[in-house]
Design a protein around this ligand. Structure first.
Ligand code: ADP
Ligand code: ZN
Ligand code: ZN
Length: 724
């Protein structure tokens, strides 16, 4: 039999199979092959009777880690996202399976000789070996321990001494790492509210895709868990995806308590062996629920009954690095393959998701109220242009200052939230709130300091720098941005004794910085937590009664058609941080655009009202979901090469447009971030009607694949999360 094998080599840019001789093994099998002079791992993705090559080498079968259903998903992703085989394959197998070494490893484990009492054993050791006695007692007290751990603790001579005296028994134990062993929490049983029970019943009795829409604290998680439980009872398995940032020990503990060992949790804190262990427990059926960030969608489960995506609007579900894919699309396909239900949950659904629900493509389920007797906190909107005109040049409004003072006096805590994303900066008039926008796209212009000009990131149109506000003539027209350090500084100047924690990219560079800061804040070691969107998500601090949003409109003016949607999501999420427990919360939102519809609807948490307004804007301006945005990003170490490649791609796309009918928009330009890691970046950007997208996407991929930048890359993105 001839096997078509994808060899696991990272340096190679060629996406092709190699023929090997081998037994008739299932597709998706792992084989050891000789490649050049190296021994490598390969994956069988095809079989045939004959090969055009002679003198083929033998591929030795190891195992079959990828199921036929997973292979189908893989092939779908390859076509949909133009992925290379090896990049797609790596999503399905843990790193350990890409080495030939047997990933199973066991370690020597010592326990005390059970036939004798501890006293007898101690007597055998003798009182002249105190270290050995200490170790012996430790082993007895702990019911046993790994040899390596004991040696590290008591030294090799003491441990080997014990072993020599025959008082301990040795066995080989597979090291099952239990990263979550400590996380058990008391299980609490609740009676579902009528709305929750309805949602569960609809999901259980229905099929297809469901959107579970409910504000924070409305009991969505309880619905997910009940649905998972029901599916397990039917003999099915389940996948639940949550944003990585929500995988806090708290959340993991809850799942652990409810589902015990039948849940495998895949998160970024696992090392390669732990990851492999969790993968294997799923593969063998020992665990039947996979919970994790987006990559858990590739979990090796069979017979899936439900796939749940919590916080489905979260940007992290789109993979923006190779391999690029959109988790929701992949999940929908996987659900389709296995006949599973797909449940998308959010307080602020993606506009596209909600549109599908209104069109009847998804079943819409609503949880209208919070569970706790406290309603969502009231949101107050403060007009910062008025503050500015009345002489307040600081970053805190009078209202916020007073609220902070009261909160601190009561010994309660506050969170100050700064809306910050990327490098982009817009231009705003501090006196009247005017924002410079593209005349063609109605999207905020981005200021490019080096070129002294304003640019639209969607059509590339350039505008002169402005020094006077075209609306009111003020010269207070500036780049609008402040940093977290500045907030802390001003806060300390206002309240000398205040204890402040800061959370942003700088303070969380160390991996556990994030949890450390949150832990410290939860322990009330600080009065105020100042941070970027990192502090927006799913953490409950019972003592937080004030949330201040400093630049609520900053995200509104990123050159991004999703700016309003993002802002609505953020303010809803941030507001949800206030007063979760038994204390009433207050939210103060500072903005230069108090009349913008996002705040009007945000103030009352009126998602549906917001949706209706927003979807209308998208229709008029021809942005998704009414179109698809496709960007081909070209990067090269050489400017001329980048220009040449861009020209070639642009020409083939133009030809495609002539052949298939006009696109909504097509243009080529330098990318907003012109240089990254020493590479020059150009882009070809287009907006296509959905029908046209279906007709053209494979040709667009082909056009991009036909160009090879000298020392860079070229790739295609669909509805990219940002145009950096
Ligand atoms: P969401 O996921 O929508 O933010 P959760 O499911 O986390 O909401 O529920 C919020 C809180 O209410 C949690 O503490 C949860 O344990 C509790 N809760 C959920 N459903 C019920 C119920 N039916 N009865 C009592 N408490 C509930
Ligand atoms: Zn003005
Ligand atoms: Zn424009």
């Amino acid at each position: 039999m001839i096997l078509e094998v994808i060899v696991d080599i990272s340096t190679d840019n060629v996406d092709r199979c190699f023929d090997y001789l081998g037994e008739d093994v299932p597709l998706g099998s792992r084989v050891a092959v000789e490649f050049g002079k190296k021994q490598l791992i390969g994956f069988v993705i095809g079989k045939k009777e004959t090969s055009e090559f002679s003198r083929l080498k033998w591929a030795r079968y190891i195992d079959t880690p990828i199921s036929s259903e997973q292979l189908e998903l893989l092939n779908f992703m390859r076509t949909a996202y133009d992925l290379r085989y090896i990049d797609a394959l790596r999503l399905f197998v843990p790193a350990k399976l890409r080495e030939e070494k047997d990933p199973e490893y066991s370690r020597k484990y010592l326990s005390v000789d059970g036939a004798r009492t501890l006293e007898e054993l101690c007597a055998t050791v003798g009182s002249r070996a105190p270290k050995q006695l200490e170790a012996l007692k430790y082993i007895a007290a702990n019911g046993g321990q790994f040899l390596s751990v004991l040696i590290a603790k008591f030294g090799a001579s003491a441990i080997n001494g014990l072993r020599g005296k025959g008082v301990v028994e040795e066995s080989l134990v597979h090291e099952r790492s239990t990263p979550l062993g400590t996380l058990s929490r008391e299980k609490k049983t609740v009676t579902l509210t009528p709305a929750q029970a309805d949602a569960v019943r609809s999901i259980e009795e229905g099929e297809g895709t469901f959107l579970l829409h409910g504000v924070t604290g409305s009991g969505k998680t309880e619905v997910y868990e009940t649905v998972i439980e029901e599916e397990l009872k039917r003999g099915k398995t389940a996948i639940m995806l949550v944003p990585e940032i929500s995988l806090t020990p708290q959340v993991l503990g809850l799942f652990r308590a409810r589902f015990g060992d039948s849940v495998a949790i895949l998160h970024s804190g696992l090392n390669a062996s732990e990851r492999y262990d969790e993968w294997k427990r799923l593969r063998t059926g020992e665990a039947r629920i996979a919970i994790g960030a987006r990559s858990a969608i590739f979990a090796p489960l069979e017979n899936i009954g439900v796939i749940i995506i919590d916080e489905e609007h979260d940007a992290s579900y789109q993979s923006e690095n190779n391999p690029r894919y959109d988790t929701k699309t992949v999940a929908a396909y996987r659900a389709h393959l296995s006949g599973a239900k797909l449940v998308l949950g959010s307080a602020t659904p993606d506009i596209e998701t909600y549109m599908r629900a209104t069109e009847g493509k998804y079943h819409l389920l609503t949880l209208p109220e919070r569970i706790s007797k406290y309603a969502l906190p009231e949101m107050e909107i403060v007009d910062m242009t008025a503050e500015f005109r009345s002489g307040n040049r600081g970053m805190f409004s009078v209202t916020l200052k007073e609220a902070l003072k009261e909160t601190l006096e009561r010994g309660e805590q506050a969170m100050l939230f700064l809306n910050r994303r990327g490098f982009a900066s817009f231009i705003r008039c501090k006196e009247c709130g005017y924002i410079a926008k593209c005349e063609d796209c109605d999207i905020s212009l981005t200021y490019h300091m080096s070129e002294h000009e304003l640019k639209c990131h969607y059509c590339g149109r350039r505008y002169h720098e402005i020094t006077k506000c075209p609306n009111c003539g003020s010269d207070q027209i500036k780049q609008g941005r402040i940093g977290t350090e500045k907030v802390v500084e001003e806060l300390k100047a206002l309240f000398t004794k205040v204890r402040v924690l800061r959370m942003d990219r700088d303070t969380t560079q160390h991996k556990d910085g994030y949890f450390k800061i949150l832990g410290s804040f939860a322990a009330h070691e600080a009065d105020v937590l100042v941070g970027t969107q990192m502090i927006a998500k799913g953490h409950d601090f019972g003592n937080v009664t004030l949330v201040g949003i400093l630049e609520a409109d900053a995200a509104l003016y990123f050159s991004d058609y999703r700016a309003s949607e993002r802002t609505f999501q953020l303010i809803t999420q941030v507001a949800g941080r206030a007063g979760r427990a038994d204390k009433k919360g207050r939210v103060i939102l500072q903005t230069y655009a108090p009349r913008h519809y996002v705040f009007r609807y945000g103030k009352t948490y009126d998602y549906v009202g917001f949706f209706k307004k927003e979807i209308n804007t998208r229709l008029v301006t021809k942005f998704p979901p009414y179109t698809k945005i496709v960007r081909i990003l070209i990067s090269s170490g050489d400017e001329q090469d980048a220009v040449d490649c861009t020209r070639t791609v642009y020409k083939s796309i133009q030809a495609l447009e002539r052949e298939r009918g006009k696109f909504v928009y097509l243009g080529a330009q330098r990318s907003p971030v012109t240089r990254m890691n020493g590479m020059v970046r150009y882009q070809v950007l287009m907006r296509l009607a959905p029908e046209q997208f279906g007709l053209c996407i494979s040709d667009i991929y082909a056009a991009a694949d036909a160009v090879k930048p000298k020392s860079g890359s070229i790739f295609v993105e669909i509805n990219p999360q940002s145009l950096m």
